[in-house]
Design a protein around this ligand. Structure first.
Ligand code: FAD
Length: 470
């Protein structure tokens, strides 16, 4: 139905990049259609990523607290048990409400929504095989590719979403596995490992590199790994998975040192492959219209999100940059602003990263290692949550704030927080870094007491002077 009329903007993909771009375009007065093949909006993030994982992280944390922390707070329970179907139902309810919410936003903003698989016929025409079995051609003066990313498998490992699962399968297991092996110590593996570990699985994380979460500040990472180990997560770093055997009851993994050497075996009931994600543009026909991609299959764009083909733009996980939902959203807004003749801007160096374990780890800007490598003279200010009154009051005080600032100008270069709610705390630092603040700027701002945020203020004091409470 939408096919016969010309759109100003057609967005292929209804994830955080695509649906935000579509809404923003409509708000700017552009006639907009969004094409999504999944049947629901919200993309990876809402359907099988950010949202269901945070739902399960919260539910499993509650169970863990009930088992291990309630009693010390004077809350006694005679017994605690997991009702996995109920936990999954709560997760599904959250996802369903949110995806339907976006459909509501499309209606409110008059974005036309076409359910189906889009492929380029020309740089201004997209043919859509609709989910109801039909076909329609959608025209647009501008087309934004927001097709996102997909799970990356490893050579020789076939994901069956039962015993060998991707994050998608790990979000929907029907039983708590006794032994879970996680391949890849990135944030997705650690978050899903935390969920199942709290519910009772023995979790072993196998990682080829020498460190977990490579983007994290080294000092914070070490403390973080210790915290996870205290939670009984086991790590096998610098270890390669050489083979996987599913012929028996469970899964038998053959491991070897990353640098070569003797093989060992490890048994699991479920194996989660979380070794990264790969841009998704299958069946889109990019080569047909001559859109350039790099070796990794990412669509190449300029600072205005324009590809080499006039009228075709790309945003989100399918282009280079951090593969994060909030980055995709920023891309979407900026891209549409350029299309509308306005100015947009996204600074990938100031995109925060958060690992939603307990405690959470959140960071923005540069790590101490990066600053050192750049040869910048710097100062470090730290403050532990053990000295923060709110964290002590609630007896959840494992964590630290670390600030890296320019030695001469005191300008903040990076902030790294490990704390129960670090993902919320980080935004004061994100704002500060975006406005070029010095650590003294944060230190001289009045922070409410008693709050965890005071730890950031004290770390800022420690950067250029002395903190009060330690
Ligand atoms: P996507 O969300 O992948 O959306 C692309 C959409 O395009 C999909 O719905 C797909 O069906 C559709 N599509 C593709 N091709 C076509 C086509 N030809 N025609 C029609 N439709 C098409 N990020 C965070 O920031 N925070 C988190 O906590 C977080 N947690 C995550 C947890 C997990 C388990 C996973 C897997 C990811 C997580 N992410 C998180 C990453 C986040 O999900 C992605 O960065 C984000 O979804 C990217 O948005 P996008 O719009 O670029 O692509």
């Amino acid at each position: 139905a939408s096919g016969s009329e010309d759109n100003d903007v057609v967005v292929i993909g209804g994830g955080p990049g695509g649906y935000v771009a579509a809404i923003k375009a409509a708000q700017l007065g552009l006639k907009t259609t969004c094409i999504e093949k999944r049947g629901t909006l919200g993309g990876t993030c809402l359907n099988v990523g950010c949202i269901p994982s945070k739902a399960l992280l919260h539910s499993s944390h509650m169970y863990h607290e009930a088992q291990h922390s309630f009693a010390s707070h004077g809350v006694k329970l005679s017994s605690v048990e997991v009702d996995l179907p109920a936990m999954m139902a709560q997760k599904d309810k959250a996802v369903g409400n949110l995806t339907r919410g976006i459909e509501g936003l499309f209606k409110k903003n008059k974005v036309t929504y076409v359910k189906g698989y889009g492929k380029f016929v020309s740089p201004t025409e997209v043919s859509v095989d609709t989910l109801d079995g039909g076909n329609t051609v959608v025209n647009g003066k501008n087309i934004i590719v927001a097709t996102g990313s997909d799970v990356k498998s490893l050579p020789g490992i076939t994901i069956d979403e039962k015993r060998i699962v991707s994050s998608t399968g790990a979000l929907a297991l029907s039983e708590i596995p006794k032994r879970l092996v996680v391949i890849g110590a990135g944030y997705i593996g650690l978050e899903m490992g935390s969920v199942w570990g709290r519910l009772g699985s023995q979790v072993t994380v196998v990682e080829f590199a020498s460190d977990i979460v490579p983007t994290m500040d080294g000092e914070v990472r070490k403390q973080f790994q210790r915290m996870l180990e205290k939670q009984k997560m086991k790590f096998m770093l610098k270890t390669k998975v050489a083979g996987v055997d599913t012929s028996g009851d469970g899964v038998k993994l053959t491991l070897e040192p990353a640098s070569g050497g003797d093989q060992t075996t490890l048994e699991a009931d479920v194996v989660l492959v979380s070794a990264g994600r790969t841009p998704f543009a299958a069946g889109l026909g990019l080569d047909k219209i001559g859109v350039e991609t790099d070796k990794m299959g990412r669509i190449l764009v300029n600072e205005k999100f324009a590809t080499n083909v006039p009228s075709v733009y790309a945003i989100g996980d399918v282009i280079p940059g951090p593969m994060l939902a909030h980055k995709a959203e920023e891309d979407g807004v900026a891209c549409v602003e350029f299309i509308a003749g306005k100015h947009g801007h996204v600074d990938y160096d100031k995109v925060p990263g958060v690992v939603y374990t307990h405690p959470e780890v959140a960071y923005v800007g540069k790590t101490e290692e990066q600053v050192k490598e750049l040869g910048i003279e710097y100062r470090v200010g730290k403050f532990p949550f053990l000295a923060n009154s709110r964290a002590k009051a609630i007896d959840d005080a494992d964590g630290i704030v670390k600030i890296v600032a320019d030695k001469e100008t005191d300008k903040i270069l990076g902030v790294h927080i490990m704390a129960p709610n670090a993902g919320e705390l980080i935004h004061e630092a994100v704002l500060a870094i975006n406005y070029g603040a010095a650590s003294e700027d944060i230190a001289r701002v009045c922070h409410a007491h008693p709050t965890m945020s005071e730890a950031l203020k004290e770390a800022a004091m420690a950067t250029y002077d002395k903190p009060i409470h330690i």
